[in-house]
Design a protein around this ligand. Structure first.
Ligand code: C2E
Ligand code: CA
Ligand code: CA
Length: 765
């Protein structure tokens, strides 16, 4: 048997999508279509008339007169041929004489078709979805009137199909909108609102892809907030591609600028989009980008994509706009709720945390806190400023105070406005003396600069009071009360700053005096080096010396380093003082060398602050060069704890020092908690056992065992061992038996001034 099967139209995929969108296949018979078919059969005088829809493999009859079958295969269908030209009536006058249909089973058998006339039904922009056709079992023709009538009736069928679709879309989209409104009333955060809205759009709004992007208020860029897609593959590959797509961005910026939706109903034919493989791959053929307007500004955009051209018709756009409105409303509501939260924790004028916000931040910090200082900044004359220049001036001054506090406060500080006239600041883990210096020297000065109120400048006296955590209170409330009292008493005493706690106040004052004196001493050469010999335990000869800093105080005489080294450390003065000590040690060594005294290696004590200072290595090299000294004359002593605090920087610096020949010693070994096994991973040469072990060694056998272990472990690790604070012969003898290498202590000599040490060197030769 030979007959010609219909060819598929070029836009078959879109045609099928359109057919699917009409959503009429396999639905029950409807009178509207039945009556139009009856009319066609009546006017054309044929026994058979059909409304057919051409599906992928079959043609299905929505309405039929004179035929029992409900569908037939597409490859034997007449309508398959008819839809090839969607704008023309297709007529076969005698199928038995037509090459294409002579052997068609519908012609050779039941229903024995001879005559066929079918008008394509065009519901979309492209090919037809089906036909309205009339069929006869005998050959015949249609009069021009009958033809016109058939075409007109086909238009009526199309109108009916569209109406049908609109009615079902109505139901569908209103269901989507109802779903979204219910969801908006329920969600508590913007993120879930957005993702649920996208999901509803895809599932209930027949979309392929929906996504919401937030407009970054600074850069204007879009940040994807939520998305949903009909296929999981699309959801995975679409982001963040779509958001960054230049085409999408161009649409979005147009929408942001105009606050109006941007529709594109034929994405694939747009030359720009051809480049975008994602759209091609997933056949995203139509899109609309909708503005989400909150408070009159475009908060974000919602982009909807459909798999069919011309999908976004006027009806859909209206619904989409309603959807966007609903979403915008929901965002606005949630933002307001967030603002209410914001207002209960922040001051609206300055943006600083208010008392509740201050407490909130403090409480998150508290578990890790060891200490800290709270400062109350009382501003007395604010009322006068208000009376003279108006309430606006107060706000302006408050904002300026905020800026100054934020500019000067240490990084970790929390700045707050706890009451209308009371600023507060909390600095975690702060040393009182440093804090007092910060408050009086930086903050008080910064706050004393006049404030501008429009044309005028006004001064505003501030009184600062501080309390100390946890001594003066463990809660913000208690600390604030104490700090305010301190500020009050500062005011009564006409001072700028006071600590609440009199003891801290006194201690701080003493500390600051000491610091001032030390600063003077450093600049006037008031610090000197004493030297203490280190001897070889076997030969008893001087094999080294430790430089120990002394302060020649004009009134107090010789001050112990135990008192002033911590102050130098805390104030940062140690950098300069340490550099000077090093220079003196090298200078003294040079003098002894030039006097042919054959001086031994000199050890200088170095702290973590110095190690962490980037210039340490350069400073050492500079001093060595100045004295024309070989680095082999120098060793440095570091305590376990400085090594731990400077760990990261230390390793590299120590390596460099060692490379040029400087010897590294660990001071006070045994007082820290670091294990020897850990310490030896650092570059080092010598271990100094702390005096406490040497003292107890002769009284408590356990300590003797410990010292023994330390010495043998150190030797296994190729470290020289030095015993500190050796005072007695018994200690010296024991240490020699334990194979300790060197000793240092009063038994061999107390620390003495440089000139005296020169004498010791001379007599030892
Ligand atoms: P250190 O480095 O452990 O110094 C040894 C301390 O033990 C010295 O105290 C020394 O006088 C003392 N000493 C030595 N032999 C004996 C002894 O047989 N019996 C007793 N009771 N004590 C002895 P000094 O000079 O008071 O120094 C105390 C600490 O101050 C030093 O401990 C060191 O940590 C620090 N220091 C001293 N000079 C400097 C310096 O120039 N820079 C730095 N960063 N720290 C220094
Ligand atoms: Ca030392
Ligand atoms: Ca020591």
């Amino acid at each position: 048997m030979a007959y010609t099967a219909p060819v598929f139209p070029a836009d078959e995929n879109e045609r099928l999508a359109e057919l699917a969108a009409i959503d009429v296949l396999d639905t029950a018979a409807e009178e509207a279509f039945d009556s139009l078919t009856r009319l066609a059969a009546y006017i054309c005088g044929t026994p058979i008339s059909l409304v057919t829809l051409v599906d992928a493999k079959r043609q299905w009859f929505k309405a039929r007169i004179g035929l029992n079958a409900t569908e037939t295969p597409r490859d034997i269908s007449f309508c398959g041929h008819a839809i090839a030209d969607p704008d023309r009536l297709f007529i076969v006058t005698d199928a038995s004489k037509d090459e294409r249909f002579r052997d068609n089973p519908l012609v050779t058998g039941d229903p024995n078709i001879r005559f066929y006339a079918g008008m394509p039904l065009k519901t979309g922009g492209g090919s037809a979805v089906g036909t309205l056709c009339v069929i006869d079992r005998v050959p015949r023709e249609l009069t021009p009137t009958q033809r016109d009538a058939l075409v007109t009736l086909s238009h009526a069928v199309v109108a009916q199909l569209k109406l049908r679709r609109r009615l079902s879309r109505h139901e569908q989209y209103y269901a989507m909108l109802a779903h979204v409104s219910a969801m908006i009333a329920r969600v508590t955060d913007i993120e879930s609102l957005c993702s649920e809205a996208c999901r509803a759009g895809v599932e209930l709004g027949s979309l392929k892809l929906a996504w919401i992007g937030l407009v970054d208020s600074l850069s204007g860029n879009l940040r994807p907030m939520a998305w949903a897609a009909s296929e999981s593959q699309l959801a995975e590959s679409a982001f963040p591609d779509v958001a960054g797509d230049p085409f999408e961005r161009a649409f979005a910026s147009e929408v942001i600028a105009t606050k109006r939706p941007r529709v594109c109903n034929g994405l694939a034919i747009d030359p720009h989009t051809h480049a975008n493989s994602l759209r091609q791959r997933h056949s995203l053929l139509a899109s609309v980008v909708l503005p989400l307007v909150v408070n009159n500004t475009v908060w974000g955009v919602m982009s909807l994509y459909a798999g069919r051209r011309n999908f976004f018709d006027a009806f859909y756009l209206d619904r989409a706009a309603e959807l966007a409105n609903d979403i915008s409303f929901g965002i606005d509501r949630l933002q307001k709720a967030r603002d209410i939260h914001y207002l209960s924790f922040y001051d609206a004028v300055t943006g600083l945390p208010n008392k509740a916000g201050f407490e909130d931040k403090f409480e998150t910090l508290a578990p890790q806190l060891h200490g800290g200082c709270l400062l109350a900044v009382g501003m007395e004359q604010l009322d006068k400023v208000g009376a003279a220049y108006g309430a606006g001036a107060i706000d302006s001054v408050l904002k300026q105070v905020t800026q100054r506090l934020q500019a000067h406060a240490p990084d970790r500080a929390i700045v707050a406005l706890v009451r209308r006239r009371l600023f507060a600041l909390f600095v975690p883990d702060e040393d009182p003396a440093n804090f007092s210096r910060f408050a009086t020297q930086r903050l008080a000065k910064a706050l004393a600069v006049p404030y501008s109120t429009g044309d005028e400048e006004v001064g505003c006296a501030v009184h600062l009071g501080a309390s100390f955590f946890p001594d003066d209170g463990k809660t913000i409330g208690a600390l604030l009360t104490a700090a305010e009292r301190a500020a009050q008493s500062a005011r009564n005493l006409n001072q700028t700053f006071r600590f609440y706690n009199a003891k801290i106040d006194e201690m701080t004052a003493a500390r600051l005096r000491l610091e001032g004196d030390l600063r003077k001493a450093i600049s006037r050469g008031g610090l000197v080096n004493y030297y203490q010999p280190k001897v070889d335990l076997i030969t008893g000869r001087i094999v080294g010396a430790e430089a120990l800093m002394r302060w020649l105080h004009p009134e107090r005489g010789l001050v112990s380093p135990a008192e002033f080294i911590p102050v130098l450390e805390a104030s940062g003065l140690i950098l300069e003082a340490g550099r000077q000590a090093l220079a003196r040690a090298i200078g003294d060594f040079c003098k002894w060398r030039d006097a042919q005294l054959d001086p031994p290696r000199i050890a200088v004590n170095v702290t973590a602050t110095q190690l962490k200072d980037g210039n340490f290595m350069t400073a050492i090299q500079h001093e060595l060069a100045a004295g024309k000294c070989n680095p082999l004359m120098l060793s440095i002593e570091l305590t376990e704890s400085s090594l731990m605090t400077a760990e990261r920087q230390a390793r590299g610096v120590l390596q460099e020092l060692r490379e040029i020949g400087i010897l590294i010693a660990i001071d006070d070994f045994g007082t820290g908690y670091s294990s020897l096994a850990y310490l030896v991973t650092l570059p080092m040469d010598e271990l100094k056992i702390d005096r406490a072990f040497i003292m107890k060694m002769t009284v408590e056998p356990a300590y003797m065992g410990l010292v023994n272990t330390i010495i043998s472990l150190a030797h296994n690790l190729n470290l020289k061992v030095v015993a500190e604070g050796v005072e007695t012969d018994e200690q010296a003898n024991l240490l020699r038996l334990l194979r300790c290498d060197q000793a240092q202590g009063y038994r061999y000599g107390k620390p003495v001034p440089a000139a005296d040490f020169a004498g010791m060197l001379a007599s030892s030769h």
